[in-house]
Design a binder for this molecule. Structure first.
Ligand code: RIB
Length: 297
């Protein structure tokens, strides 16, 4: 089976359910508190493995209890964790989830910011053997750029989820095969307005012109927009009542990659990812919300 390698973050999510997302200066009480395994990288790795992908992960957790919980959750899902280092303090994410399922996230990077180019050098064989490499931006940017250069040399297909959103140099974007931002991240990447579908397409086409093979913009309840060399297509969302949108984007990216490894077309993979991420929004938490393949109809 084709191999997926996730290089990225692992966080313990500390989640407060709140009546509404607090305004600046406002103090509110939560109605419920949860502690869940999360982190964009780990969420994507677990999601892909639960959907039947052959997945390994490179990253760092702390030598602490949070780190143990995160590693166990990855192992249980079937992710190869051999190259996850344990040192320092595990990353954390403070998440507020409102009654309508929207969230605010504040990261405390911890061990995620200790991921280094030397870690990557230690895993060159794993990188060479991987068909798809998935990355996000919760580890140092120089490491992401280093992997992009190695992947370009070895012709691995890189799927980049540019989250948290920020500007990226064009020389980095040119080495990405598939870019999967949400509307906000697309706006941050391009500096262009992404308020309407027309503006989203314009901003995505601008990025595509740098030479990327695919761009998929995820748009929450508005679905997603796929652009490749042959297609420009809007994929509507599956209608659900969301309770927590945390990890919906992560599950979309993972499912899209799994679809490709199973020989689905770009469109089929995006439709599969749409179904997976819809289920995730109907459940609480990041990794606890990720479905197995048998749950996708
Ligand atoms: O994408 C959701 C994730 O973002 C959370 O699990 C949190 O840890 C942050 O990394």
């Amino acid at each position: 089976m084709k191999k997926i390698l996730v290089i990225g973050s692992l966080n313990m999510d500390l989640v407060a359910h709140v009546p509404h997302l607090p305004h600046p200066g406002e103090t509110i009480s939560s109605t419920k508190f949860q502690q869940n395994p999360g982190g964009k990288g780990a969420n994507q790795a677990v999601a892909a493995a639960k959907l039947g992908g052959n997945v390994a992960m490179i990253g760092r957790v702390g030598a602490d209890d949070h780190g143990k919980v995160l590693l166990n959750n990855l192992k249980q899902a079937g992710v190869d964790v051999t190259e996850i280092q344990q040192e320092g303090t595990t990353g954390m994410a403070f998440i507020n989830v409102s009654q309508d399922g929207e969230n605010h996230i504040v990261l405390v990077p911890g061990a995620n910011h200790q991921v280094s180019c030397a870690d990557i050098d230690d895993c060159i064989q794993l990188i060479q053997e991987s068909d798809f490499i998935i990355m996000q931006l919760e580890i140092p940017l120089d490491v992401v750029e280093y992997v992009l250069n190695i992947a370009a040399e070895h012709q691995n297909e890189v799927i980049l989820n540019p989250a948290p959103g920020r500007q990226l140099p064009a020389k980095m974007l040119r080495m990405v095969h598939t870019l999967i931002p949400n509307e906000t991240e697309l706006q941050q990447l391009t500096g262009m307005s992404t308020a309407t579908i027309e503006e989203i397409v314009e901003a995505a086409l601008f990025l595509k012109s740098l030479g990327l093979a695919r761009i998929i913009v995820t748009m929450g309840d508005k679905g997603s927009y796929l652009l490749n060399d042959d297609l420009q297509v809007h994929i509507p969302a599956v209608e659900v009542i969301p309770v927590d949108t945390t990890a919906a984007g992560d599950s979309y990216i993972a499912a899209f990659a799994v679809g490709l490894t199973k020989g689905m077309s770009d469109l089929e993979s995006a439709e599969f990812a749409t179904k997976v991420s819809a289920i995730v929004t109907t459940r609480e938490g990041a990794q606890p919300s990720l479905p197995t393949l048998a749950e996708i109809v």
